[in-house]
Design a protein around this ligand. Structure first.
Ligand code: NDP
Length: 259
């Protein structure tokens, strides 16, 4: 491993994979200084599990309000993160929050398509832009380290095999009613590639990671993996990333995914 990130921010951290990533990072051997666990309603019932986890690790976890579709919420969160991390910046940003609305192309309304893009594509884009100064600060503060890593400055976008155009002929008939989600995750893949190229000089690493088919609210009971197994794999992949994987699309077991 290239080192340990001092500060990590995770969106959609109140349930599913996001909550499990926070739990494993807080309880793992790596001494993360700031684990910034974001969710859209931290004080509501959906934020309870995260609040309980944060109470067990008050020195590490900070629960923050962040609705990825709300620019004001994103800007406010970015300012708060700046105050917390200071000149050390933000080492690792994990764009995990997403929605899956059911529908084929024929049954998907323009409103559902826009809602899906707002959360799954514009959300990560606006968050990357708002947190860029903190990522750049982290890259500058770690200038003595190897060129790129998640402990220096990186953005991980939670991608999906459903966004893979190469795999669509195999996966389409298994889940035909996820049209807007598929298109949004394909767009997120291109966002990842463009960002990797645009911010290469700033030494910020970008990667799209598929977590497997996971038993969460989104993945359902039929999933192949428990959230703990997937999150453990994702953390191992993040630990191993170098500049060679900048812009890559990888599975939770680190094997390359077909675009
Ligand atoms: P869940 O549905 O269990 O969790 C999604 C999270 O995103 C929730 O915390 C939810 O918050 C949050 N969220 C949704 N909209 C917003 C918003 N506007 N602002 C802030 N947070 C929001 O999904 P998973 O944990 O299964 O998925 C995590 C990631 O992994 C997603 O990007 C998903 O696409 C990807 N993925 C998952 C797979 C699976 O099999 N589970 C397979 C492939 C990819 P709230 O509780 O408030 O709704």
């Amino acid at each position: 491993m290239a080192g340990i990130p001092r500060s990590v921010l995770i969106t959609g951290a109140n349930q599913g994979l996001g909550l499990e990533l926070v739990r494993q990072m807080a309880e793992g051997p790596s001494p993360i200084r700031h684990l910034l666990a974001c969710c859209r309603d931290p004080d509501g019932p959906r934020g309870q599990a995260l609040q309980d986890l944060a109470k067990r690790h008050p020195e590490v976890i900070t629960v923050m309000q962040l609705d990825v579709t709300d620019l004001c919420s994103i800007q406010r969160c970015s300012q708060q993160v700046g105050s917390l991390v200071g000149v050390g910046g933000l080492n690792l940003l994990i764009n995990n929050a997403a929605i899956l609305l059911t529908g084929t192309m024929q049954t998907t309304s323009p409103e559902d398509m826009l809602a899906t893009f707002n959360t799954n594509v514009l959300g990560p884009m606006n968050i990357i832009k708002a947190f860029l100064p903190h990522l750049c600060a982290a890259a500058a503060a770690s200038s003595g380290m190897a060129a790129m890593s998640c402990s220096k400055a990186a953005v991980i976008n939670l991608a999906s095999l459903m966004g893979s155009m190469n795999l669509a002929p195999q996966t389409y008939h298994i889940v035909p009613s996820s049209f807007s989600y598929r298109v949004s995750k394909a767009a997120l893949n291109m966002l990842t590639v463009c960002a990797a190229l645009e911010f290469q000089q700033s030494e910020i690493l970008f990667a799209a990671l598929h977590p497997g088919w996971v038993k969460t609210d989104m993945g359902g009971e039929g999933g192949d993996l428990e959230a703990s197994e997937s999150a453990g794999g994702l953390i191992r992949v993040m630990d191993s990333l170098t500049e060679e994987q900048n812009g890559a699309f990888l599975n939770y077991d680190s094997t390359p995914m077909p675009w």
